[in-house]
Design a protein around this ligand. Structure first.
Ligand code: G
Ligand code: G
Ligand code: MN
Length: 534
């Protein structure tokens, strides 16, 4: 009972461990998975941001191009006072356009809407680089001052002149970054391959082991591109998941799965599996019950009866597992191991007593299996035993699957030197028929006749018939289950030679059995020397 409770609480603790570790694992895996997802999502968002910024820059340029488009007729004299006034009005209407200028083909300023003569883009005589758009008459020029936010959209009109709008796109970038990234991000707009016209933000506080992440987008209409950069750290801290719910959901899912797993894997093993591992672990051990001469009480042999000694010390009797062993076929390995163990541990005792018989119970189905005798021979040889001391007990309680085969094996077994004993005679399937078919060396009279021997006429009559039959066939009679002195006396008078029962001893383990033999033999020596003791 205590053992069962201990085994159960061990299972409960193990199941709890499985559930808890599964919950932790799932919470962790869920969190890690979401973090990975978040990193990917953040990257995609920054890439999208660079696209948006480029779009804004393109729109500002489009806007300037549309404005200039109204003044591109080659005949226009844009430097007269009325025309200039009209151009100047545009610079007030369109906020991003700071100035509109008319230039000679060589780049010299002809006139401008700026009230004072200054050029935002030329410095001295140095020419500003020009980058052509898809439409080659539209050209972009960066300013000399990097990051000023200023650049020029220039439209070449025939060979006569150009018209140029100076744009300020600094403020386009102001709200491009989400608040969480603003401290740790950089955005740039470039004209041509390298001229940075506008810059916003910084990636200053990047830790030494953290690389910056860069994203870029390039226009296919204008020679303009944008670049974004941020640190790995701020990318990692951006858009965090709510920790508690994620962990709670992960842990719950993990606990449920852990519970299901625990139920599946912690289920107590099936009886067959339990028996199989018990056999493998050597938990099935032989017990020995003496067989003695009824007249003298001299022990002449024993029957091996299997016991399951569990690791926790519990002793299980064969009626609880032999049916399982027979039905599952485990009876074969079980019997083979039992015979090997019994013969090995009994070897010294058998060596000193060449006439001693050791009887094994053999399942009739096992007995009739092809190869049974060959396997037995091998086990006996390995144990160094003599076949003539081995008795094979075949029970009458169950039917032989194939009587012809059983008879053939019986004959072969006896030829090889084994003794055949018919167990539980009178209790079984075929009554006296088996005696005739198998002609056993030993006939064991079933306990139910022994119980009433000397007290019930019918039982005595059956015993008498069996004894006569045994005498005629030359078989030794053994009475099973003798518990009282009266039974012993009655059976002896009826002519039964040997017996087995609690009167002399219950089935006991090896050490007790050896002690029993020693005591009996000592007593026999004393009584032969001094008949008064008997
Ligand atoms: O003592 P006891 O309860 O041992 O045995 C009960 C029954 O179990 C016996 O009558 C016997 O038929 C069966 N039994 C015991 N040991 C063995 C064994 O090793 N092999 C087989 N086949 N049956 C056994
Ligand atoms: O295989 P078989 O049925 O012969 O096995 C003998 C069975 O009888 C075993 O279960 C054994 O423990 C049991 N047994 C042996 N002697 C006695 C006895 O004197 N009394 C009782 N009640 N059972 C016995
Ligand atoms: Mn038996």
């Amino acid at each position: 009972m205590a053992v069962t409770i201990a085994r159960r609480s061990y299972r409960a603790v193990l199941s709890a461990l499985v559930v808890v570790s599964s919950a932790l694992a799932f919470a962790w895996a869920g969190w890690a998975g979401l973090e990975n997802l978040r990193a990917q999502r953040n990257l995609a968002q920054l890439e999208e941001l660079s696209g948006q910024l480029l779009q804004r820059a393109e729109l500002a340029i489009d806007y300037a191009v549309i404005t200039l488009g109204d003044y591109t007729a080659p005949s226009n004299d844009l430097c007269n006072i009325d025309a200039l006034r009209a151009l100047r009005q545009q610079t007030f209407i369109r906020g991003a356009i700071k100035d509109i200028a008319v230039l000679a083909p060589d780049g010299q300023l002809m006139c401008s809407t700026a009230p004072v003569q200054f050029d935002l883009l030329t410095s001295g005589s140095a020419r500003v680089p020009e980058y052509e758009s898809r439409n080659a008459s539209i050209v972009l020029q960066p300013s000399h001052t990097e990051g000023s936010g200023l650049f020029r959209v220039l439209w070449r009109i025939g060979g006569t002149h150009s018209i140029a709008a100076t744009l300020n796109i600094d403020m386009l970038m102001f709200d491009i970054f989400p608040a969480q990234l603003r401290d740790e991000a950089l955005a740039e707009i470039r004209i041509g391959p390298q001229d940075v016209v506008a810059r916003f933000g910084d990636v200053a506080s990047t830790a030494p082991n953290e690389t910056a992440r860069a994203f870029s987008a390039t226009s296919d209409r204008y020679p303009v591109s944008v670049a974004l950069a941020t640190s790995e750290g701020s990318l990692r801290n951006w858009n965090p998941w709510p920790l508690a719910p994620v962990l709670a959901i992960g842990a719950t899912a993990g606990a449920i799965i852990g519970l299901l797993a625990a139920q599946t894997f912690m289920r107590p093993p099936s009886p067959v599996d339990a028996l199989r591992s018990a056999i493998r672990r050597g938990e099935l051990v032989p017990y020995y019950q003496p067989i003695f001469e009824l007249a003298t009480s001299r022990i002449v042999g024993c029957e091996v009866l299997v016991r399951w000694r569990r690791r926790d010390g519990e002793l299980v009797f064969p009626d609880r597992f032999i049916p399982i062993a027979e039905a599952s076929g485990l009876i074969v390995p079980m019997t083979e191991r039992l015979v090997a163990q019994a013969l090995t541990e009994m070897a010294p005792l058998l060596f000193d007593r060449p006439d001693f018989k050791i009887a094994f119970n053999i399942d009739p189905a096992h007995f009739a299996q092809p190869g049974f005798l060959e396997a037995l021979d091998q086990i006996v040889a390995q144990a160094g035993s003599s076949k003539s001391c081995i008795v094979l007990e075949l029970t009458e309680r169950s039917a032989f699957p194939d009587m012809k085969q059983a008879v053939a094996v019986t004959i072969e077994a006896r030829k090889r030197g084994y003794r055949i004993s018919l167990d539980d005679t009178g209790a079984g399937h075929n009554g006296l028929g088996h005696i005739q078919d198998l002609s056993p060396d030993i006939i064991k009279i079933d306990k139910k006749f022994v119980d009433v021997a000397g007290t019930a006429e019918a039982a005595d009559a059956i015993i008498e018939v069996l004894v006569k039959l045994g005498q005629r066939m030359g078989a030794v009679m053994v009475a099973e289950g003798i518990e009282t002195e009266d039974q012993r006396a009655a059976l002896a008078i009826a002519g039964v030679a040997q017996g087995q029962g609690y009167l002399v001893s219950r089935p006991v383990p090896l050490a007790a059995f050896r002690a029993l033999i020693r005591d009996h033999e000592l007593l026999a020596q004393v009584t032969t020397r001094d008949p008064q003791m008997a």
